[in-house]
Ligand binder design. Structure first.
Ligand code: CIR
Length: 253
């Protein structure tokens, strides 16, 4: 069960955020509205939410998931692979430290963005992407093992982040998209394939029995509901324009 979440208000500079989506520029006021509703959804799932202020110098800083990994046993600050995002970690540090007095870190020798990390009980799958490299993943696995957990690296070629194409919904249920559906590392899971025309919904989030699903993907929504989960849709159009999924907007712990 999760009890808390950390989010960061989008900055007006988000229009300059990294993206390959080709969906146009985000509308800042609509993004803020959607972000407020996202916070409501977290609270409906029983979480206490820490809201951090916008950081204008960092257009992608609302995607807080990438800059830290919060586990039941420890917190690890990452070292983002994207140059423009590297400085974001220093601004999340004090908020994380409030709940985790001893912080571990990924040193500059390696890179990790935590959108590439999927937690399944005490094991962490780490996608090797343009943002997360082998050296960073090795450091991360070392930290996890120090705290009684394990990690493994996942080769991938098509996705921005591992969780762009994969979401663990507990109870062995795994939403998959594209290359992840047949990926050998996930054969033991009950894989639920998200259709190509609804790929964005492969990033949905389980929180305390409810699954947050991006709004506007009816087939994915139905598949998730058929697994027996309560669902809550959240409009995400302005974040989708920046390649940001539901999980990216919060750190849940
Ligand atoms: C980026 O490219 O870094 C942002 N525009 C989107 C980050 C999305 N984060 C995630 O998938 N965990």
């Amino acid at each position: 069960m999760f009890t808390r979440a950390i989010v960061r208000k989008p900055s007006q500079s988000m229009v300059n955020g990294l993206t390959e989506a080709e969906l146009g520029l985000p509308d800042y006021s609509l993004a803020c509205e959607q972000h407020q509703d996202y916070i409501c959804a977290l609270k409906e799932c029983g979480l206490q939410v820490t809201e951090l202020p916008a950081l204008e110098d960092y257009p992608d800083s609302c995607f807080v998931e990438d800059v830290a990994l919060l586990t039941p046993n420890c917190a690890i600050l990452t070292n983002p692979g994207a140059d423009s995002r590297r400085g974001e970690t220093q601004f999340i540090e004090s908020a994380v430290q409030e709940f985790y007095p001893n912080l571990e870190r990924i040193s500059s020798a390696g890179h990790v963005e935590a959108g590439d990390i999927m937690m399944v009980a005490k094991h962490f799958y780490i996608g090797l992407s343009d943002r997360t490299d082998t050296q960073g993943a090795s450091q991360l696995i070392g930290h996890l093992e120090t705290y009684g957990m394990t990690g493994s690296m996942v080769k991938m070629s098509e996705l921005l982040h591992l969780k762009t194409g994969l979401s663990y919904l507990e109870n062995n249920n795994l939403l998959t998209f594209g290359e992840m559906h047949t990926h050998p590392d996930f054969v033991g899971f009950n894989r639920i394939e998200i259709d190509a025309d609804e790929d964005y919904a492969a990033n949905s989030v389980w929180i305390n029995g409810t699954v947050l699903v991006p709004k506007g993907f009816p087939k994915a929504l139905k598949k998730i509901q058929q697994l027996g989960y309560k669902t809550r849709e959240v409009a995400m159009s302005e974040f989708q324009k920046l390649d940001g999924g539901l999980s990216c907007l919060s750190l849940r712990f």
